[in-house]
Design a protein around this ligand. Structure first.
Ligand SMILES: CCCCCCCCC/C=C/C(=O)SCCNC(=O)CCNC(=O)[C@H](O)C(C)(C)COP(=O)(O)OP(=O)(O)OC[C@H]1O[C@@H](n2cnc3c(N)ncnc32)[C@H](O)[C@@H]1OP(=O)(O)O
Ligand SMILES: NC(=O)C1=CN([C@@H]2O[C@H](COP(=O)(O)OP(=O)(O)OC[C@H]3O[C@@H](n4cnc5c(N)ncnc54)[C@H](OP(=O)(O)O)[C@@H]3O)[C@@H](O)[C@H]2O)C=CC1
Length: 335
């Protein structure tokens, strides 16, 4: 892993903890996640989400796991899904231990509507969900002219189709039963700015942004709220492997010093926003996409525009590094 904590340059992490918690050479995302949970402020009543049953797609890793942790720590029963059973089981164990709350895992592929339908049926067999977080995502840096149809489809179907089928799976059940519900999608600020070199993801996230506004109106009268968040950079292993694979790709969107607040986001901050949005305390908010990015998208270099300086050889190396990361992930998939 290339992202190494260097003396005196650790984004904006609370350096006082680093030597205590983390062995030298730990990647930025791992340091950040552990420190954030240590410092967790618990700004809400710990029973705020008691009785809620919330599915977080892609909840086995990264932001999804951290969000799930926050929900479970506030009384919700969380369900997480993904394609890798071992990763999911580890995550469920970690969520239960760290949050003291309830968590269960289901293997599902959000690119496959039948797989989503089966997951929904399995969950509903034990009781209705009260909330859904469309968090599963796929992305990699690539010059658009080099993308094959399968490359485009892999990203589009995960983000756009997956979010639609999961929202529809919940919505139709809530409507049939006359139950309220809450949907939150995890987007990115490119829904407003676009971004070079991640065009399929920017397009698919923008489609889910449109879904958010549209369903808020259509399902509002049924008591279903539909919102989204647009995070800036919150370092995770996978996002950094796929979006900052080389020293040369360290420009623009993944750089803390290009954020007006001069640091990456902290998982606590994202958790707090998600807990608020999914709670009954903000029941008049619907159809909105809320950025949580330290002002990143308002500053000029908030995309990957700076990658235009990369040579074809750099891009080839980036592709190889990204595909090595994908190969590693694939070994654990069963869906
Ligand atoms: C502002 C705030 C900022 C903040 C900065 C951060 C912003 C973050 C915003 C969003 C971040 C994320 O979502 S980060 C999430 C990252 N996590 C993930 O991506 C997890 C899920 N990923 C995956 O499933 C895989 O990585 C993925 C490749 C997408 C799909 O897997 P599959 O098994 O379906 O795919 P494969 O068969 O390996 O590949 C499918 C095709 O894609 C092609 N392909 C794969 N890698 C390629 C590459 N690098 N360049 C070109 N093409 C590539 C392959 O050659 C295949 O095409 P053919 O050759 O034609 O067959
Ligand atoms: N990290 C960041 O800075 C930002 C992230 N985001 C968004 O946050 C979300 C999470 O990203 P992050 O945590 O960084 O990355 P991760 O790769 O860790 O999270 C993606 C998750 O989605 C799951 N997933 C991917 N494809 C599928 C599929 N077909 N079916 C089911 N699950 C799937 C993955 O599990 P598995 O592979 O096992 O299926 C994984 O757990 C994404 O939507 C991303 O766009 C937005 C802005 C910034």
């Amino acid at each position: 892993m290339r992202l190494i904590i260097e003396a005196g340059r650790a984004c904006d992490l609370q350096i006082k903890y680093i030597s205590v918690l983390i062995s030298p050479g730990a990647p930025v995302w791992a340091v950040q996640q552990r420190i954030d949970w240590q410092d967790c402020a618990f700004m809400f009543d710990r029973d705020l989400l008691k009785g809620k049953r919330i599915l977080v797609t892609g909840g086995g890793t990264g932001l999804g796991k951290e969000i799930s942790m926050g929900f479970a720590a506030h009384g919700a029963h969380v369900f997480i899904c993904g394609r890798r059973p071992e990763i999911l089981e580890q995550a469920v164990g970690e969520i239960r231990t760290r949050s003291g709350g309830q968590a269960d895992a289901l293997v599902a592929n959000v690119r496959d509507p039948d797989s989503i339908e089966k997951m929904m049926a399995d969950i509903w067999n034990t009781g209705p969900l009260t909330g859904l977080v469309n968090n599963a995502g796929a992305n990699f840096l690539a010059p658009t002219e080099t993308l094959s149809p399968r490359g485009y489809e892999a990203i589009r179907s995960t983000i756009m189709d997956g979010s639609f089928y999961a929202a529809q799976g919940c919505g139709k059940r809530w409507i049939a039963a006359g139950l309220p519900g809450v949907i939150i999608s995890n987007l990115v600020t490119w829904v407003w700015t676009g971004s070079a070199y991640v065009v399929p993801a920017a397009m698919a996230k923008a489609a889910v942004h449109a879904m958010t506004m549209s369903l808020a109106v259509e399902w509002g009268p049924k008591g279903i709220r539909v919102n989204a968040v647009a995070p800036g950079p919150f370092p995770t292993e996978n996002a950094w492997d796929k979006l900052n694979p080389l020293v040369e790709t360290g420009v623009g969107a993944t750089q803390a010093d290009e954020v007006p607040l001069r640091r990456f986001g902290k998982m606590d901050e994202l958790r707090n926003l998600m807990i608020f949005l999914i709670s009954d305390g903000c029941s008049y908010i619907t159809g909105d996409t809320i950025s949580i990015d330290g002002g990143h998208h308002l500053a000029a270099p908030s995309t990957f525009a700076g990658l235009s300086k990369l040579s074809p050889e750099d891009w080839q190396r980036a592709r190889e590094a990204i595909q090595a990361s994908t190969r590693k992930e694939k070994e654990g998939r069963s869906a």
